[in-house]
Design a protein around this ligand. Sequence first.
Ligand code: PLP
Length: 355
Amino acid sequence: MVHAPLRPPPGAPPVRINLYSDTQTRPSAAMKDAMMSAPVGDEQHGDDPTVNALCDRMAALMGKEAAIFLPSGTMCNVIAILTHCQKGDEVVAHESSHILTSEGGTHAALTGVQIMGLPGARGMFNADQLREAIRPKTRYAPPQRLLEVEQTANIGGGCVWPIEQLNAVAQIAHEQGWATHMDGARLMNACVAAGISAAEMTASYDSVWLDFTKGLGAPLGAVLCGSSEFIGQAWRWKQRLGGSMRQAGICAAACDYALTHNIERLAEDHANAKALARGLSQIPGVVVQEPDTNLIFFDIKETGMSLDAFQTAMRAEGVMISGLGGRVRACTHLDVTAAQIEEALTIIRGVLAKG
Ligand SMILES: *Cc1c(COP(=O)(O)O)cnc(C)c1O
């Protein structure tokens, strides 16, 4: 099995419309200008003023005491789990969660926790489902230590957890003496869609992180937030994992630019997602899940076309689109316009009609 990413085949037509992922955005000219002029220093010595300012800004935005700059969201999850848990502990999360399905088995390989995957529609579970998952506190049962939720729930369909439900499950976790962690890869999409501030959305979570490469348009970076003590411990793991950096302000400047310029506009991505879903729902044989945010999942089984054949035919038309869990996943972001959504719909209709 080849683990390296596949390069595009030679002679593949250029991608004109990229619905594959909101991770595919390119830094804008203005973002690059901000990066070029950022004051920098030695990040791991605490001397990079741009990284320090980003961390202060993020801690304030999330209503937490402190924050730490990391290269990726995956490293945020790994470090949060290493900091909250000991080997052999159990983390309770949704069965479709990124930590369970999409981190390469990292928690078996590196953190030594086991993850209990809870069922529940649209990537979410409720208080009753969580209560059923509580194990007796005996020598036989794995010690349950952490509740993890994804806001938005990616494989669930980019769904937004209602704040009451977030608070209800966190309260149960805290009553059990567990910590609570929010995978906020697309947290700002949830906040914009719900009209709720990030601090309010994350108030009952001990730790939370935001990805700057998911629709916010930065080339890399994620920030993990929590109490000063938690972030102090997280720094040890950042050092151990090789996540401590040097003149990282050049990247933090892109993240800071994204916080200022690319959050309110997420509403456009959500409107584009709704327009795409509306168009898809009119194509015979296509079953589309109503999007809450910028991810649109749809099923094409009834059309008789396989997911692979569909993706290949779309790619030949210059449209990149992904498949996840047996469905097609389309994703809107700042490099996709409303006109491109209309064009993509025309291409999808054509590809499915040809079969
Ligand atoms: C993308 C993603 C991650 C991982 O983030 P990276 O920055 O790609 O490492 C974690 N959780 C969710 C829900 C994601 O969508």
